[in-house]
Design a protein around this ligand. Structure first.
Ligand SMILES: [Mg+2]
Length: 163
């Protein structure tokens, strides 16, 4: 086991934790929702300074891992965006194309998997339900409250199992 593999893990959500999605909410306010448009516009997300600072700070002691409900097809854009905004390098866990379960199930599952052989020091996420469940499961949570809340995105996350 190398030193780096023993470092604790700090887990960061992307949308509305590190990336400001407000400029693309309008894609979800249409009926039917335009998910393709919503995700395609993600490269233009402004970074959220509070989240970015916390991720950089965490990288001093921890390995940073990204855990997002974005679908796999957004991987290239997402990795490029993280690099462009100076975020620490780290594995990016994304939702597989067929998976439409609400984020709180998929995220907790991945957190538990990560915690099997590593210390998960913190989860940073803006989704209150994800945070509640993670806390209940014994994880330390930082609730990202620095982005404007979006009712339409929250509803979509819960009821439609996206992002
Ligand atoms: Mg989020």
């Amino acid at each position: 086991m190398t030193d780096s593999s023993r470092r604790p893990i700090a887990v960061f959500d992307l949308d509305n934790t590190l990336a400001d999605t407000a400029h693309r909410q309008h894609f979800l306010e249409r009926r039917p929702r335009d998910w393709a448009g919503f995700f395609a516009a993600a490269p233009a997300d402004p970074p959220l300074a509070d989240g970015v600072a916390l991720a950089r700070e965490s990288a001093v002691e921890c390995e940073v891992v990204y855990l997002t409900g974005r679908p796999e097809r957004c991987r290239r854009d997402t990795v490029d965006w993280l690099a462009a905004h100076g975020l620490p390098e780290g594995r990016v866990h994304m939702r597989s194309g067929a998976d439409r379960r609400p984020a709180r199930f998929t995220k907790l599952e991945i957190l538990r998997r990560l915690a099997r052989d590593r210390e998960v020091r913190v989860l940073v996420d803006d989704d209150e339900l994800v945070c509640d469940d993670a806390e209940q499961a014994g994880f330390t949570v930082v609730r990202a409250r620095w982005a404007a809340r979006s009712a339409v995105l929250e509803e979509a996350q819960e009821r439609e199992g996206r992002t």
